[in-house]
Structure formats: C-alpha cells, structure tokens
Design a protein around this ligand. Structure first.
Ligand code: TEU
Length: 580
C-alpha cells in the first residue's frame, strides 16, 4: 500500500478568479470576492484551495498569459489581497496553492519585450527565435509546420528583428526557452520564490511536460494534407531534458520550503498527452523528486479528437466501456510503485461533467450530479473539485450564440477556422459539427459566473458580468441548496465526509473493475486489507438490476437516492456498499 502523506487524502477545490465572486460590481470576480466566501469554501470540507492565475496579464488566455509574476491583475486586487487570502485559508485550516505558468509568458512580459528588442539583447535566447524559410516561389514561410493548441501555427513573425518566435498556444504567449540557465533562474525567483516567501503551500504546475523542446526544430510528417500546420506534440511533450528541468526546479526551489503548518509542499502537474503510464511514472515517483502527482486527461478527452489537432471539437462518440478502461488504467498505474495519482472530472478547461458524462435535462441533472460525485469520491488518488461542481452546475444552453457568448480564445479560434474551412469548401458541414462540439466541450462552460443565489446574475455581481450567467441560476444556486438536505451541495458535503471516514478503501485501496463490458453501469470494488467497498453507478435513465453476487454479505453505506436499497438501481442512481 502507498505511504500516507497529507496531500494524498486532501480534497482540493479549484477557484477561477474571474468567475467566482465579484466584490466591487465591475462584473469580474476578484480576490476580495473570494475572501467574502471563505466560510462557504471551508464549509464544503475541502483542505486545499487552488487558485487559477491572478497574476498581471493582458488576459488573452484568462491569465495563463502572465505579464508580471510578481504582481496581481489590478481588477482582481493586489498582492496584499492575495496575502490576506493566504492568511484566511490558513485560519480556516486550509492550504492555498497557486498556478505556476512557466512554459510561456505573455508577449507583454518585460522579458519578452527585451528579448524581441534586438538580436543581441541578453534575453534574446530566453525565448525561441528562428529565421524564416522561403519556398520555391520565394514566399516567406515559418521555420516549421507545427500546429498550435489554439488553431493556426506555432510561429509568429516579428517585423522588428525579422525572425519568427515560437508559441505553442496563442501568438501572445511566446514559449520560454528553458535551455537558458539564466531564464530558468529568473523563473525560479520571480514565479516561484516570490510567492513561496509569502507563505503559499505549493503549486499546480501548468503544461509541465512541455518545457523541453526537441532541438533543432524540424518539420513533422504531414498527417493532415489539407493544412500547412500539423499536430506535433512529439516535438515538445516529454522532451529530452524535461526530467532534468523539473528535478532542478524541485531541488533548487521547492525542497527549501514547507507549508504553513510545517509539512512538505504539494505540487500537481498538468500532464497533457502522456498516453502511457510508463511515461508518467518518472514525473510522480517519489524517489525521482520531481512532482507529487499529475493530472492525466484521458477522461476529459472523451468525445474529443487529439488536443492540438484540428479535430479536438469534432465530437467523437464514446462508450461507457471505453470510459471504464480509462479509469481503470489511471486508477491502477501507480500500484506497486511509490507514485501517486489524481481523480477529477472537471476543471476550467472542460465542459461540465453533468452535461458531458451524464444527463443535464432538468429532470435528471441533480441525480446525475450526485451519481458523478459518488463516482469520484470512492476513487484512489487525490481528489480535485472545480468551483460549481458541488452545486451541479451545467453547460450553457445550446441556444447561446457561439460567436457572441463564448469568450475563450480557443473556442473563437476553432470556430473561425470551422467557418473558413466550411465556407471555402475544404470541409463542408464543419460549422455544424464544431458548433456541436463546442456546445458540449468548450472551455467556456466552466467559466460561467458562479451561481450564489436567485438574485440578478445569480448573486455573482450587481454589475454586468464579463460572461453571460447561466439561464438556470434561479434553480441551481448555493442559497437554495444550502437549506435543502437533499440538494447536490448537501450530498457533496456528505460524500467528502465519507471519503475521509472510509479513506482506507476509498483513497488508499486497490481498484478493481467489476463490469468492464457493461454498457450501462459502472461497478468497481475498492479493497484495503479486510475492508471492501463496492461502488455501483447507473449511467442510464433506465432501471437496472443489481448483480447481487458483487455485494454478497455487504451493507449499503449510501445511495444517491437516499437509503432505499432494493434490488434495482434507479435511473442515474449510485450506491456504495461496504464490509469490514
Ligand atoms: O492547459 C494546457 C493544455 O495543454 C491543454 O491540455 C488544455 O486542455 C487546453 O484546453 C488546450 O486545448 C493549460 C491551462 O489549463 C489552459 O487554461 C491554458 O490555456 C494553457 O495551459 C496555456 O497556458
């Protein structure tokens, strides 16, 4: 069994500052707004708050484009406000981690401004600059054919010094060059020590497997003949020096700090596109001294084409057995190792779980939210919840106009690309398909303002919210759920308590899939020495008969329908049976 450490059994709660709570009526959430709600956050029973980027930024990518690591985006508040938040979390016995976004900066960061100022600027090599290529007709083309994550290419031309710079994401997010030791030292000081000195308890590390690029840059083979740019993750995911870089970050910086209550810091890396467990283990094996754990995105990729490819939002139907295999894979990959895993199904980059994995129709959404809560809380690994998940927030309505209401740079770029390829005849029908994909999976859905109560704009702001508020806030909100013992919110609180109470089996137990081929139910067993738990989830709106042999001699611990028991699993019902 795995060694016990505080962060393995902790529940994390992610806050997206723009959309949590506005305190000054400018329509944008802010740090004082989070402070106003600190009691609410603590009441959930979570242990760590993860705050998405609140650093100074032009907000092209909602703060994942940092222009100054050592300052706070003014509409969100001040450095002092964040220090107050750190203190408030600690007062409530919660820890606080920040986002560490150091694969790239904003093009408005002073480092990039210097770097682009001349070819012999000392910071020139803090970013990747390459000369143009010229085709047979003498036309200027980018140094390579890589496609960026937000559609379009990864190279942008800079008139001033007449070279291209690399950006895996938006053109306003140039990639930092980790090959430069000076650049790494500056990252450690500015993005890390500055905030660790102020008492934060760790980091969620953005795009953690992309710092080391395959050099020299070279074209990748053409897989999509309709386009110049090609999906090229092999050129930057898990690159040649990545483990050296992360280990250095750990030994130079992280290992010198502790949490406010004297424990080791916690780090969770964002590891997209790491398909095989053997690639993941080195990042999270305790003896490697890199990261404590990583997010692995196969579950949230269900329904999507490969990220970074043109088909990300081209909805691809999936089946329950596929999902179960994925869960099994990432539940068991750390068995017998000193590594650890995470469990989650929402964050700021994905549609709402109720809408994607279950059923968000008014008559089913609450049942779905409860069943999905149960699915998560009995899994091994550290649990991460995203704001609004605890009240069963759902995707924006299909009637919303994508162009007007969706704000995310990725959604807008994919949409513009779809319109172009559809209208010029390259891919007829693409507009409808991408629209459908965005309605289900766009990052925007998670970024809708938080629904506090049934007053105007769901109590999020008395100003004009930066993003449209969900039409259903009068029925889905904290206030109505707080006084209802049967609500999704009350259920989540109960589930988080059970997760602690039964942590041997739920958090540390082994995972065994009991119905791998079943198309309708998801049944799994957790075991820890003599203690066993069986989780039965009905993913359909039909009544399903229980497999009695799976729960022989066990007692019903909880049902998402209340303690009814009986031989039938009700539509979208979840149950947990325990013994020992
Ligand atoms: O996301 C990184 C990422 O590579 C993707 O897997 C992510 O799912 C995104 O939706 C691209 O398709 C991180 C942040 O979580 C995201 O919000 C940022 O936009 C991105 O980094 C760039 O900083």
């Amino acid at each position: 069994y795995h060694k016990r450490v505080w962060w393995k059994e902790a529940t994390f709660y992610q806050i997206y500052p723009a959309s949590f709570k506005d305190s000054n009526d400018d329509g944008l959430g802010d740090i004082p707004g989070i402070l106003e709600k600190i009691e609410y956050i603590a009441s959930l029973g979570v242990d760590v708050v993860w705050l998405s980027p609140m650093f100074d930024s032009p907000q092209v990518d909602m703060g994942y484009d940092v222009s100054n690591y050592e300052n706070v985006y003014a509409p969100y508040g001040t450095v002092q406000d964040v220090e107050d938040l750190i203190a408030a979390c600690h007062r409530y016995d919660m820890k606080l981690i920040l986002d560490l976004v150091v694969n790239h900066t904003s093009d408005q960061h002073a480092w990039f401004k210097e770097s682009r100022s001349s070819k012999n600027n000392p910071k020139r090599n803090w970013y990747f600059w390459e000369p143009a290529r010229y085709d047979t007709e003498g036309k200027r083309t980018p140094p390579t054919n890589y496609r960026s994550y937000f559609a379009g290419g990864t190279w942008s031309w800079d008139e001033h010094t007449e070279e291209y710079y690399l950006h895996l994401y938006d053109k306003s997010q140039p990639d930092l060059n980790w090959e430069s030791e000076d650049c790494r030292k500056a990252i450690y000081d500015s993005a890390m020590r500055f905030w660790l000195d102020k008492g934060i308890d760790g980091f969620r590390v953005d795009t953690v497997n992309k710092y080391s690029k395959v050099l020299p840059f070279a074209d990748v083979p053409v897989t999509d003949p309709t386009s110049f740019t090609q999906s090229a993750p092999e050129m930057w995911c898990n690159g040649p020096r990545i483990h050296e870089f992360i280990r250095e970050m750990n030994t130079e910086v992280l290992s010198h700090f502790r949490t406010y209550d004297g424990l080791p810091l916690v780090t969770v890396g964002e590891l997209s596109l790491c398909p095989s467990p053997s690639d993941v283990i080195p990042y999270v094996s305790a003896r490697e001294k890199e990261l404590d754990m990583v997010f692995q995105f196969d579950v949230t990729h269900l329904g999507q084409g490969p990220p970074g490819g043109t088909s990300k939002y081209d909805f691809a139907p999936w089946t329950l057995p596929e999902m179960k295999r994925i869960v099994e894979k990432w539940q068991t990959f750390v068995d017998g190792t000193d590594a650890w895993t995470t469990v989650f199904n929402e964050n700021h980059d994905n549609g709402r779980a109720v809408s994607r994995f279950a059923n968000d129709a008014p008559e089913w959404r609450e049942k779905s939210a409860k069943m999905l809560a149960m699915w998560l809380i009995a899994q091994s690994g550290t649990l991460f919840l995203y704001q609004g998940q605890e009240i069963g927030m759902i995707n924006a309505s299909e009637h919303w106009d994508v162009e007007a209401e969706y704000k995310d740079v990725e959604s807008q770029n994919y949409w513009a690309e779809a319109v172009r390829l559809d209208e010029n005849g390259t891919d007829p029908g693409r507009k409808d398909r991408i629209k459908r994909g965005l309605q289900l999976m766009a990052r925007d859905h998670a970024r809708l303002p938080f629904q506090w109560d049934a007053t105007v704009s769901g109590g999020f702001s008395t100003g004009k919210p930066w993003m449209r508020v969900h039409d259903d806030y009068p029925t889905i909100n904290v206030k109505s759920q707080e006084r209802d013992a049967q609500s999704v919110l009350s259920f989540y609180k109960q589930m988080l308590r059970l997760r602690k109470e039964y942590k041997d089996a739920f958090v540390y137990g082994t995972f065994e899939l009991l119905d791998p081929e079943g198309q309708e139910t998801f049944v799994y067993r957790k075991r820890y020495e003599g203690k066993t738990a069986v989780v039965m989830l009905n993913f359909t709106t039909n009544v399903r008969t229980l497999q009695q042999s799976d729960i022989e001699g066990m007692r019903l611990l909880v049902s998402s329908y209340g303690k009814i028991g009986g031989v039938d699993l009700q539509p979208l019902e979840g149950r947990i049976y325990v013994s020992g």
